[in-house]
Design a protein around this ligand. Structure first.
Ligand code: ADQ
Length: 470
């Protein structure tokens, strides 16, 4: 018998084994913040293993690198350049990422990508196997590693294995476009618990499981498909609200000076922060800001858009394309509207330290978060956590971000509708203080309730309770 605290019959807390594409640096996570911190804390508290790719590409990857840090063993594996190309750039980011973000037009399916994906998942399973103990709890993360449980089971693993999908799960009709969709879903069935970001994602998975894979499901989230029994549930991911708010209140001098300058000029700031990714809706966001200026000349020189977007996955063509498109759009909008003392769009393509990011959110009057599709979107939650309670900014949020399921007091917009976004920006900029405070109060209560810790314990407690056929 096991109980929900993750203890075994001897009363020892069971070790947690986290497996993700990239291994978080457990020596650094306290400074970097974010999701890795919550997970790293859980592994540190319970003791265990964090396993993943080291980020290195080597012709001869050799044995995995093993670091012991307190009660935690951190294991990282290098990939060959071929594996990196087929597994990471290929299947994960040119097939699964676009497909799961509803972008069939960008899917580039090739048999060698799928072969590489399978091969790397096998290598991961082989490499982590010697480090596993029979009563470990294993938690696998994200779309890079869907077949990992199947590979581990094939090698005799009987441990509880959970999976969390950080990105959306597409409707069955879209998923059907992947040549290997049946195999992918069958791989998911090997987990004891599958976690999704939202009820909508869970609903899509349930429909596929029932309609295409003949599974039977019950209200409590338990599924039966052939030999397999498992559970699936939504566990919306959250942030450490107090830690982020604390960071935001320690404004850096640079940000404070910039804010003061804007105050003197009576100028407001709209902020967007995203990895440079086509799922984040950046071109339409720029267009919406342009439309706002076009329709409301009275706010010229009174507002700027600060967009912070470091490049990512540049070796994938669609990412290089979006980078070019954004440079063109911001240039066109700036040259149309700018004056000698006002640049409408400030577009920064660099990573910004978290403390500075938090301070920038606090110094902004509107958070503009408009993904075309997003698993959750932590930026929306960070923007709210960073606000002054007495004089808060307004969040303008896409209806297609997972976060919109919870954050209903934001101004919810359709990210495909440029006019709708422009008008909601205008509304946000005019919003009376009382209304801003009311919305902020409700939003902060929401993100506090479903914070990083609630997500973590919610998932792990549910995983411990899953009854396994042993
Ligand atoms: P991402 O697609 O990366 O995550 P998001 O949830 O917004 O999207 O998280 C990004 C994180 O990176 C945030 O903490 C943000 O502050 C930080 N960040 C972004 N740009 C930055 C910059 N220029 N400098 C510094 N930090 C920056 C995936 C899914 C999401 C899901 C998360 C977590 O796509 O939908 O919410 O995982 O599950």
């Amino acid at each position: 018998m096991r109980n929900s605290e993750g203890t075994n019959p001897g009363g020892h807390v069971k070790r947690l084994v986290v497996i993700s594409n990239r291994v978080a640096d457990l020596r650094k996570t306290t400074q970097t913040g974010g999701l890795a911190v919550g997970l790293a804390d859980a592994v540190r508290e319970r003791g265990g293993v964090w396993f993943g790719w080291s980020g290195r590409k080597l012709k001869e990857p050799g044995e995995p690198k093993v670091d012991r840090i307190g009660k935690v063993t951190q294991i990282s594996l290098a990939l060959t350049p071929d594996d990196y190309a087929a597994y990471y750039l290929g299947y994960a980011n040119s097939v699964l990422w676009p497909l799961f973000h509803y972008r069939l037009d960008l899917v580039n399916f090739r048999q060698e990508f799928l072969d590489g994906y399978r091969r790397v998942n096998e290598k991961f399973a082989e490499a982590v196997l010697p480090f596993l103990r029979p009563d470990d709890t294993i938690w696998v993360h994200d779309y890079h590693l869907i077949p990992l449980a199947a590979e581990l089971r094939r090698r005799g693993c009987r441990q509880r294995i959970g999976f969390f999908l950080h990105i959306p799960f597409p409707p069955p009709d879209l998923l059907a476009a992947a040549p290997d969709n049946e195999w992918l879903v069958a791989c998911l069935f090997e987990y004891d618990l599958i976690g999704f970001q939202t009820e909508a994602d869970l609903g899509n998975f349930r429909r596929y499981a029932e309609e295409q894979a003949g599974a039977t499901t019950r209200e409590d989230g338990s599924f039966k498909a052939g030999e397999h029994s498992f559970r699936a549930r939504a566990f919306p991911i959250g942030i450490d609200v107090d830690q982020f708010a604390e960071m935001a209140s320690r404004a850096s001098e640079e940000v404070a000076i910039d804010e003061l300058r804007r105050k003197i000029l009576g100028r407001r700031q709209i902020i967007g922060v995203d990895r440079l990714d086509y799922s984040k809706g950046l071109p339409d966001r720029f267009k919406a800001f342009g439309r706002l200026l076009e329709r409301h000349p009275e706010i010229h020189k009174k507002v700027t858009l600060l967009q912070i977007s470091p490049s990512s996955r540049q070796e994938v063509q669609s990412y290089a394309d979006i980078k070019e498109e954004l440079a063109r759009l911001s240039g066109a909008i700036n040259s149309r509207f700018a004056d000698f003392n006002w640049t409408p769009i400030r577009y920064i393509q660099r990573n910004v330290p978290r403390e500075k990011l938090a301070a920038l959110f606090r110094a902004s009057q509107v958070g503009f978060v408009t993904p075309l599709r997003d698993g959750m979107n932590l930026v929306a939650k960070e923007f709210v956590a960073a606000q002054h309670m007495e004089d808060p900014g307004v969040l303008v949020l896409s209806q297609f971000a997972g976060a919109a399921e919870e954050m209903t007091e934001a101004l919810i917009v359709n990210p495909y509708d440029i006019d709708d976004m422009a008008e909601n920006l205008f509304r946000a900029l005019q919003m009376p203080l009382k209304e801003r405070q009311r919305r902020q109060k409700a939003l902060i209560a929401r993100i506090r309730k479903q914070d990083a810790r609630a997500w973590l314990t919610g998932f792990l407690d549910t995983l411990e309770k899953v009854r396994r056929a042993e």
